[in-house]
Design a protein around this ligand. Structure first.
Ligand code: SAM
Length: 267
């Protein structure tokens, strides 16, 4: 049976329609599904957590390979279905639940588009929690995550993701790989944890957020919102040392440079 046939059968069985409000664009491409499952293999994971199993495009294959899977789902009908299938289900919003259960797990998901950037930020703030992630994004979000400095898509999301993960593109997916078909293209990324010199990740996030507060503004203006945990008066000395103009903007600094600036200003 193809993935498209499996989906049709499952939707009839559960008696559901795709809900736009929950980002329910179900995967129907056997090629894309196979690539996602193959990408999970390099982690040699024993335990998986999947956000949004939906009708099981990934779950059905994951459960053949992995014995220990925890599903997070928000849709009541789907929660009931997966519980009846004897799967472990956390019924709730992936952005609100306590993630302590996920230690040592590999996160796999065709993410609902509404929560995809927040999931990357949230999961980046916990050191030694997940062993990796294989995630489907809208292409534009995937581009933002991997963007280089001085490019259109570069911003807070790029800096946080690149500081804490090494990333690879797994595959592309077009509108026709989903049902219902979204308007835009998608991309799957694979994330492997990366050593970072940042100890307090939440503090780093607040620093990076301040740096990008107003994209077109110079860094010296943006960081004026930083609290007493940072010595903002040290910016000119750092700029001089790193041969940057005093009008430098955050989007001109690489993740490595922003990390360096963070440690220079932090008191
Ligand atoms: N994995 C399935 C697939 O690939 O066909 C479904 C993916 S669909 C893009 C997103 C799934 O996430 C849906 O099952 C939806 O109900 C669920 N979902 C949406 N928002 C969620 C949230 N905040 N927390 C957990 N699950 C959510």
């Amino acid at each position: 049976m193809t993935a498209a046939e499996r989906l049709e059968k499952r939707m009839n069985e559960i008696r559901i329609f795709a809900k736009k409000s929950l980002g329910q664009n179900f995967l129907i491409s056997d090629g894309v599904i196979t690539k996602i499952i193959a990408a999970t293999e390099s982690f040699q994971a024993e335990k998986i957590v999947e956000i949004g199993p939906g009708c099981g495009a990934l779950t059905d294959l994951l459960r053949v390979k992995y014995k220990d899977i925890i599903l997070i789902e928000l849709d009541r009908d789907l929660i009931e279905f997966w519980k009846n299938e004897n799967m472990q289900v956390i019924a709730g919003d992936a952005l609100r639940i306590d993630w302590n259960f996920a230690k040592g797990r590999l996160l796999v998901s065709n993410l609902p588009y509404q929560i995809s950037s927040s999931i990357v930020i949230d999961r980046s703030l916990e050191k030694e929690m997940l062993i990796g992630m294989v995630l489907m994004f809208q292409k534009e979000v995937a581009q933002r995550i991997r963007a280089n400095c001085q490019t259109e898509h570069y911003g807070m999301l790029s800096v946080i993701a690149q500081e804490f993960w090494t990333m690879e593109t797994v595959c592309e997916a077009g509108p026709r790989d989903f049902k219902p078909a979204p308007k835009i293209a998608s991309r799957v990324l694979k994330f492997t944890p990366r050593e970072s010199t940042v100890q307090d990740r939440k503090k780093y996030l607040s620093f990076v957020k301040a740096c990008f507060k107003q994209r077109r503004r110079v860094l010296s203006t943006n960081i004026s919102s930083l609290d007493e945990h940072f010595d903002r008066s040290r910016l000119p000395a750092w700029s001089l040392e790193h041969k940057k103009s005093d009008k430098v903007r955050a989007e001109e600094l690489s993740p490595t440079e922003l990390n360096s600036l963070y440690h220079y200003l932090k008191v």
